[in-house]
Design a protein around this ligand. Structure first.
Ligand code: NFS
Ligand code: SF4
Length: 649
């Protein structure tokens, strides 16, 4: 028996579409998951290896069969190598995205892109001064060229330290150096993992952990951070902005274009093209009430943050959006795109188009997009959608009438400037709120959806538990979309769900208790918010002393492995729901969930129950508050608000 729509998702729009899909005979990720069961236990424990062709080898966890691979590799070695490779793949995904944004800035500075310009001169000048570039009397384009070239050099850096390492608090930099995990060069650190994990190279699990941590750090303090900085420079630094989320943003009367994937170079061009008079007229002539653009996954959060474009959904909603039959085009680039979406191109007039030179999908039209012809390509994609609209059978379109309001657009620069007016040190209201016991601490709740956990339930339950305990929550990616859909990013959410102290701060500053800070690469904003909290003073000298914690309650991707690792290696206690595939190695498991804290001030924990996980975070925050001798919390935690969501399977 297939699981029920309530077991699959806690989001009403998704439940409705899951039932619709079942009635139409459409297969969804949950169906494929159930067909896959039971999943391989060797894989779960991380104890299978196929790094050479003498294998595959697998270790018997009960100690009765093979205890070593043919080469002699132990379970500890195999687990460590596998995890290192996953981390490298995740770091590579973020960093290659960062490289492309940096390159797009360089091309723009050289006048070689179509439709992009430098949108944020202030941030560019700030970066130039950070990089030690002389800017007096220099043209903006020259400054941009020099900044982009220095950043690109960090990708290929062969020695020394990554430039942005200097943004970390001194004590943290010192810990990294002492352990020998300071990132060197973004590409080189990834290559190092691939080399170290080849047969017969690094087989010491703890030494492999260092190689893995270095790569993760070069993602968080390198590739991802550059992606964020240069997206802000090129496309503008986000400011608080209102919008909507969930499948109900699709409008059957309009040409519906969903951009899905990650790199804002594509989605930004489509946003611009959709506003051009000729394209709008073509849509009108086709009988449509305009073009309705919306986003899916992280690219959604990029154009939400900067333009208020509504979000159609998160990772597990990509098939559901297509199942509505109301999507005329889904335009994808890279990462988190299920190849299964190709099915919908056969069932509806929907155009499925992949645009990255890095990714093609069987059954999906490949129209490679490049920055040199960005606007022209974007218009071409929109014209495909208009053609599809003409062919669409209106009777087949079923769109759930579910949308929620939200505010997004928070950044390190914009979080506490919403009061406006006189100059004030940015993070003072936050630090003071923490010190006087109104706010208990801050949590970053980020990451994906995963069929193993009721969709959105993990995120929403955890975040509600945190804010009722006066923990301010920062969110990115699919986690942010989940909580936006649940109404947690409206200012009224403070009154409905937050503890009294947090409510007082939200009212005073004019923010909601859950702040949307962007896409997954924008987790770098969370790191930098921690740096600002340290700089503001009163909460210790290092990130590891702050009353903060991180979580990924529905994670699934290799990128999430890299993120959780760099967050922990930056000194932040981080809880992941699904355990990393390390349970087959006592050494690796104990290091990540214990020893790492002695070395770097932060560590991981694994807990599937979102409420229990929230309490691990709250206990950690309380421990840090006590160590800092902060005052008692001003108010008792708020009573839990009764939840309608069903528990996870
Ligand atoms: Ni992050 Fe974004 Fe979503 Fe997970 Fe995928 S879209 S980069 S990986 S699923 S949050
Ligand atoms: Fe087996 Fe060693 Fe080859 Fe892995 S590297 S497949 S453990 S022989």
């Amino acid at each position: 028996m297939a699981s029920s729509s309530e077991q699959r998702s806690s989001d009403p729009a998704s439940q409705e579409m899951i039932e619709h899909a079942a009635a139409c005979g459409f297969e969804l990720a949950w169906d494929r998951y159930e067909a896959m069961l039971p999943q391989c236990d060797f894989g779960k424990l991380g104890i299978c290896c196929r790094n050479c062709s003498m294998g595959p080898c697998r270790i018997d966890p009960f100690g009765e069969g093979a205890q070593r691979g043919i080469c002699g590799a132990t379970a500890d070695t195999i687990v460590a190598r596998n995890l290192a490779r996953a981390t490298a793949a995740g770091a590579a995904a973020h960093s290659d995205h960062g490289r492309d944004i940096t390159h797009a800035l360089l091309l723009t500075a050289r006048g070689k892109t179509e439709g992009y310009k430098i949108n944020n001169e202030k941030k560019l000048r700030k970066l130039a001064s950070e990089f030690g570039i002389e800017t007096a009397d220099k043209d903006l384009k020259v400054i941009a060229t020099e900044v982009a070239e220095l950043a690109l050099a960090d990708f290929g850096r062969q020695e020394g330290e990554l430039r942005l390492v200097s943004r970390a608090p001194e004590p943290l930099q010192k810990k990294w150096r002492q352990l020998g995990v300071t990132p060197t060069g973004i590409d080189a650190d990834i290559v190092r993992v691939m080399h170290a994990t080849h047969i017969g190279v690094d087989t010491d699990p703890l030494h492999l952990m260092k190689t893995l941590i270095r790569t993760a750090l070069s993602d968080g303090w390198g590739g991802s951070m550059y992606a964020t900085d240069f997206s802000d420079v090129l496309f503008g630094g986000p400011e608080p902005i209102r919008s909507h989320a969930n499948l109900g943003v699709l409008r059957p009367e309009a040409v519906n274009v969903v951009v899905h994937g990650h790199e804002p170079t594509l989605s930004e061009a489509i946003v611009a093209a959709a506003q051009m008079p000729d394209i709008r007229k073509e849509a009108q002539d086709a009988g449509a009430d305009g073009i309705q653009l919306s986003g899916m996954c992280c690219t959604a959060t990029e154009i939400l943050m900067r333009h208020g474009i509504p979000v159609a959904g998160n990772f597990l909603q990509q098939e559901l959006a297509l199942a509505t039959g109301a999507v005329d085009a889904m335009v994808v680039d890279v990462q988190c795109i299920m190849p299964a979406i190709a099915d919908y191109g056969k069932r509806f007039s929907t155009r499925l188009i992949s645009t990255s030179k890095k990714a093609a999908f069987p059954g999906i039209k490949h129209m490679v997009f490049d920055e040199e012809h960005a606007l022209t390509s974007a218009k071409e994609l929109l014209r495909e959608a208009i053609e599809a609209f003409k062919e669409r059978d209106p009777k087949e379109a079923v769109v759930p009438d579910v949308v929620e309001e939200l505010i997004a657009g928070y950044t390190v620069e914009s979080i506490f400037t919403t009061l406006g007016g006189t100059y004030r040190p940015l993070f003072r209201p936050l630090n003071h709120g923490i010190m006087d016991g109104r706010i208990r601490g801050v949590a970053g709740v980020v990451g994906c959806n995963n069929v193993k956990i009721t969709h959105d339930w993990g995120h929403v339950e955890m975040v509600k538990e945190l804010i009722r305990n006066d923990v301010l929550v920062l969110q990115t990616g699919c986690a942010a979309t989940a909580c936006a859909k649940a109404g947690l990013m409206r200012p009224e959410a403070a009154e409905q769900y937050a503890g009294k102290g947090l409510q007082e701060i939200c009212d005073a500053v004019g923010i909601s208790p859950v702040l949307h800070v962007g896409s997954c690469v924008d987790n770098s904003r969370i790191l930098l918010a921690c740096v600002e909290m340290v700089k503001e003073g009163g909460l210790g000298d290092d990130i590891s002393e702050l009353p903060v914690a991180g979580a990924a309650p529905e994670w699934m991707s290799e990128k999430a492995i890299s993120i959780a690792t760099y967050v922990a290696a930056s000194g932040i206690f981080t809880v992941c729901a699904e355990p990393f595939p390390v349970m087959g190695s006592k050494i690796v498991r104990e290091y990540l969930t214990g020893g790492m804290e002695d070395d770097l001030g932060g560590m991981l924990a694994f807990e599937r129950d979102p409420i229990a996980a929230a309490h691990l975070m709250i206990d950690h925050i309380n421990k840090k508050r006590a160590a800092l001798h902060l005052s008692e919390m001003m108010y008792e935690a708020r009573e839990p608000v009764e939840s309608e969501a069903v528990p996870a399977k």
